[in-house]
Design a protein around this ligand. Structure first.
Ligand code: BMA
Length: 370
């Protein structure tokens, strides 16, 4: 195992120079970035055909608790933490101490460091307020925001400050030895839908691409070298639609897909079809462009199908083998708003079988992939 580990790390610069965006200023093996190391780990997991299970905000609150330490609904059902945790940066761009779901950024940082120490991984979404009037991501009736970020110097300056705050947070994700922790960053997600101010009906293809390029330029200027960039359309019907707003190979490392299920049993067929089209596109486009495919967000709110994990989710991830699948949060303050398991829920035993399946990886399993 040790030899494999060394070989993977040594290969990392060659892998990323091949159309990858993982921040890199040199191919010198002494200066491999945290992003490159993470990319190599993801490559080895993908090559093994394994799928990391992920959950949003997993160790900071659950279905019926908030703020405790050492807890996790996934841990309490299955006996291990998720292999990957998602966190949302929404609010950091305002200089807030806590995100839009009241998770303090200090606690978030601590948990990212703890997840890294146990061998697991971390990913970030960003439900940002807009830099024009500060309204939230979902205030989408103003269709000029992205174009003003690109063309209006005053808005551009406000946006610049927002991204620099995100950059400062990423740079603060360090281990006790001072090295940076590699993480996934998934900005401007679900842009094929029209519910965010950066959505398909809210900005032009060209401006959406420029938004990515601008975000990347600012992060590079700030010297952020520990993020892998994930592109994540919502449901699409074709590979062409998946790629319509793709910012370019130089900006993306991970081809994601955000596809949710709706309507309990009745919605399963439509979910399978949407996953096949969208995650299928992500998989094909990742292979074509030297990227990694991931199932960046999914779930069935309230997990209203008790065999959801084994009968629905497992077959789709076995079919497409994304490097990870992330389920959204188990809110503590909205009883029906949960996407993961929790002790006592109807799907808990089914989740244990999902955990035990040889395809899925949890934190202890993924720790073996160095
Ligand atoms: C949405 C919901 C909201 C939450 C937001 C950001 O999907 O879960 O309650 O505020 O994500 O995490």
């Amino acid at each position: 195992m040790k030899q494999i580990i060394i070989a993977l790390v040594a290969f990392a610069p060659a892998m990323v120079s091949c159309g990858s965006s993982a921040s890199s200023s040199t191919s010198d093996a002494d200066t491999i970035t945290a992003a490159q190391t993470m990319r190599a780990r993801l490559d080895s997991i993908a090559a093994a055909g394994k799928v990391m299970f992920g959950h949003d905000d997993d160790p900071v609150y659950g279905h019926s608790w908030v703020g405790d330490r050492g807890r996790s609904d996934v841990l309490e059902v299955a006996g291990d933490y998720p292999a990957i945790m998602n966190w949302d940066l929404g609010g950091i761009e305002k200089g807030d101490a806590a995100n839009l779901d009241s998770v303090s950024f200090e606690r978030m940082r601590e948990e990212v460091i703890a997840q890294d120490a146990r061998g697991g991984m971390n990913a970030f979404s960003w439900h940002s307020v807009n830099p024009v009037d500060g309204r939230d991501s979902w205030a989408c009736e103003d269709t000029t925001i992205v174009s003003r970020i690109i063309a209006d110097p005053q808005v551009a300056a406000a946006f610049d400050q927002q991204v620099r705050r995100v950059a400062a947070f990423f740079k603060s994700l360090t281990r006790p030895d001072g090295t940076r922790i590699g993480v996934v960053f998934r900005p401007w997600h679900e842009h094929t839908g029209a519910w965010f101010w950066w959505g398909s009906r809210q900005c032009s293809v060209d401006d959406y691409r420029k938004l990515w390029a601008k975000t990347r330029r600012i992060m590079d200027e700030e010297g952020v070298d520990n993020i892998l960039w994930a592109y994540s359309p919502d449901r699409v019907v074709s590979d062409e639609e998946y790629m319509e707003r793709y910012p370019g190979n130089e900006f993306v490392d991970i081809m994601g897909a955000d596809v949710y299920a709706y309507g309990a049993e009745k919605g399963i067929e439509s979910y399978r079809n949407a996953v096949d089209a969208t995650l299928g596109a992500a998989t094909r486009m990742a292979a074509e462009n030297g990227k990694i495919a991931a199932f960046s967000e999914t779930g069935l709110e309230g997990v209203t199908v008790p065999t959801w994990w084994i009968d629905v989710l497992l077959p789709v991830i076995e079919k497409w083998r994304p490097v990870y699948v992330i389920t959204w949060r188990n809110a503590h303050d909205k009883p029906g708003h949960f996407f993961g398991p929790y002790p006592g829920h109807d799907s808990a035993d089914n989740f244990k079988a999902f955990y035990a399946d040889s395809t899925t990886l949890f934190a202890k399993d993924v720790a073996r992939f160095k």
